[in-house]
Design a protein around this ligand. Sequence first.
Ligand SMILES: [Zn+2]
Length: 234
Amino acid sequence: MVLKQQSIWQIQVKVNNSWMWKQLLKVRDTLISKFGNVYNLHNAINKCCSGGKIIISSIYKEIAQHSPKVQWSDTVWDSWNFPKHSFILWLVFHAKLLTQDRLCHLGILETNVCVLCSNQSNENCQHLLFECQYFVEVWNNMMNWLDYKWRSCRWESITDWYSNRLRGKGFMKKLKRLALSATVYAIWTERNLRIFQQKSRAPAVLFHNIKISILSKILNDNIPGYIKEEIVKL
Ligand SMILES: [Zn+2]
């Protein structure tokens, strides 16, 4: 045993401890420092217990930083969005998608060329999702299909429109959020398909697949019938 009858709250990290153990002690120290001392931390943990069990969601609320809601929150986390689409879009908003430029920066890759177009452009988030000709073709199809009143493939314009004009309720707003997250996800999977499986699909095929996924979501979900009828008319 690593503890050897010592208290978890007092034990010191040793050079030969495993990486996992060092990380656990690091978390412990972060929590002690957040709550001021061990006594306060114990009190906070006790508050999160019910019937002798720790309630994980209470612990999360106790520890999580309460930061203000970001403007693009509705765009990313709309209830119609597929969770995996939301996650990829969330990474895009945080500029954390592992594109080739980041992998080069981390020393994992040496070359950086977009696999979606033939322009020999460097692959970064801005190019892959918004400047690349492949994205432009798919996104233009999407804007035509859903009859967007504005047309832009620029990231700044898209996020600005979504964060301001497309916030709140209304099925067309929700549908357009679903469309953006589904498109971003599809572009990312197409990029991965080309890199890891040496397969490719034309922009029209990808757009067709995105449409199918959007329609299947709408028609299978618990969405009012009159909304489904409106969407099927598109
Ligand atoms: Zn490209």
